[in-house]
Design a protein around this ligand. Structure first.
Ligand code: GLC
Length: 413
């Protein structure tokens, strides 16, 4: 059976490779994650008081877009409304539980989209489908779904061209009819090129859903290769992940992933052609915590040192030993080999990580390699190719350098 050809928008989305997720809402003021209202069983009237203290005094959309850009992210997915039901956008009278009716007094989504457009980052909108605020979610589900569609229609018609919509929450009522066709029709009417995602949650990773959806999700997990043979349409894949242990800001969550771990995870996603959507959780005032910003910038530094492979390259049937893998351009003119666990070669009195250096073998290399060099310097690498098997000498990092994953770029005949 054949693998379907991706639609143009889906192929473009796959090339984004890396995106920045942002969870920000009233809950950020409590600094204990975005589920705090539910987990602590805080009564609605009490929780909703957070609207009166929501000032966004340190929210700087340009700064956020600039950090994403520096991180090498090609898109941002921001929570326009999370499960708490509060909207960062102007709901145009659907209710008053929105940013313009808080001390902020402005439409924050407008600022977000404008900043993304200025910097050249594609804005995506996360929108919850599960709602802890609107009573109709429990009392009159059909009416609630109309409210959901009206909200989404505002997002699709008020802000110019957007990258896509990212829904989350259908897993909360698995047996309900969510009228998904009607929802996606609203989007397609205004934004025919938008990517539509609907998170399948922690227990149904990688599952296809409605035919209008453009990507499957792998929430908090290593994505596995998708078997696209015989699929009714080509779907992309995306893995979203927290940078510490919560999506929304957690002042006492210090369980951060290391920069090395984030780089390896980006590689693990791209190895199977999935996008990596890495989350940050700004504070209640809207500021990106320093450590989160630093980690994001660190990823950008790595991307700049190791080249375009993570955007331009796709899985191409080449396999390496262990975590090593390769990506290739569609025309097979360029192939990138990703080498993990290389050591530093330096003075034995100071260097303790000399291992991992030497011959690396990759199989399934269809084309003929003309030349090979590290992307982080001009060093040419010696190699032999026997049919589809390529072996090259992976020289260690010179003292002063360690990239976690080092990338060799091949020109192919
Ligand atoms: C989960 C959570 C939610 C978070 C999302 C991100 O579904 O409910 O809080 O926004 O994952 O993938």
């Amino acid at each position: 059976m054949a693998i379907p050809v991706p639609e143009k928008r889906v192929a473009a989305f796959e090339k984004f490779g890396f995106g920045m997720f942002i969870h920000w809402g009233l809950y950020s003021q409590m600094g204990q994650g975005e589920w705090i209202q539910n987990v602590r069983k805080i009564p609605g009237e009490e929780y909703q008081k957070l609207q009166q203290t929501f000032t966004a005094s340190k929210f700087d959309a340009h700064k956020i877009a600039e950090v994403a850009k520096a991180a090498g992210a090609k898109y941002i997915t921001l929570t326009t409304r999370h499960h708490e039901g509060f909207s960062l956008f102007d709901t145009k009278g659907l209710n008053t539980y929105d940013a313009p009716h808080s001390p902020v007094g402005r439409d924050l989504i407008r600022e977000y989209v404008d900043a993304c457009n200025d910097v050249g980052i594609v804005p995506f909108f996360y929108h919850t489908t599960l709602d802890w605020y609107d009573p109709r979610f429990n009392s009159d589900f059909k009416a609630y779904l109309q409210y959901l569609r009206d909200s989404v229609e505002i997002l699709c018609s008020e802000y110019g061209k957007i990258g896509g919509l990212w829904f989350d929450g259908n897993w909360s009522k698995p047996n309900e009819d969510w009228e998904e066709d009607a929802l996606y029709k609203v989007i397609r009417r205004h934004q025919p090129d938008a990517i539509i995602v609907n998170n399948t949650g922690l227990s149904h990773r990688g599952e296809m859903g409605n035919i209008e959806l453009d990507s499957v999700t792998f929430e908090q997990g290593r994505p596995t290769p998708l078997d696209r043979e015989g699929m009714p349409k080509y779907m992309a894949a995306e893995m979203c992940q927290t940078i510490n242990a919560h999506w929304g800001y957690g002042y006492a969550d210090v369980n951060y992933k290391s920069l090395a771990h984030l780089i390896e995870t980006l590689c693990a996603c791209r190895k199977v052609g999935a996008n990596y959507l890495l989350n940050i959780g700004p504070t209640g005032e809207g500021e990106i915590p320093l450590l989160q910003e630093a980690l994001l910038r660190g990823i950008g530094d790595w991307i700049r040192m190791t080249g375009n492979g993570i955007y331009e390259g796709k899985p191409c049937g080449i396999s390496g030993v262990g975590k090593n893998f390769a990506l290739s351009t569609a025309d097979s003119k360029k192939t990138w080999f990703y080498v993990h666990d290389l050591g530093i070669v330096g003075d034995a009195n100071v260097t303790v990580e000399g291992g991992g250096v030497g011959e690396k073998t990759f199989s399934g290399v269809k084309g003929k390699v003309k030349s090979l060099r590290w992307t982080d310097c001009d060093e040419q690498l010696s190699f032999t190719q026997d049919g589809e098997t390529l072996t090259f000498n992976a020289t260690g990092y010179p003292y002063g350098k360690n990239l976690v994953v080092r990338v060799a770029e091949a020109e192919m005949e």
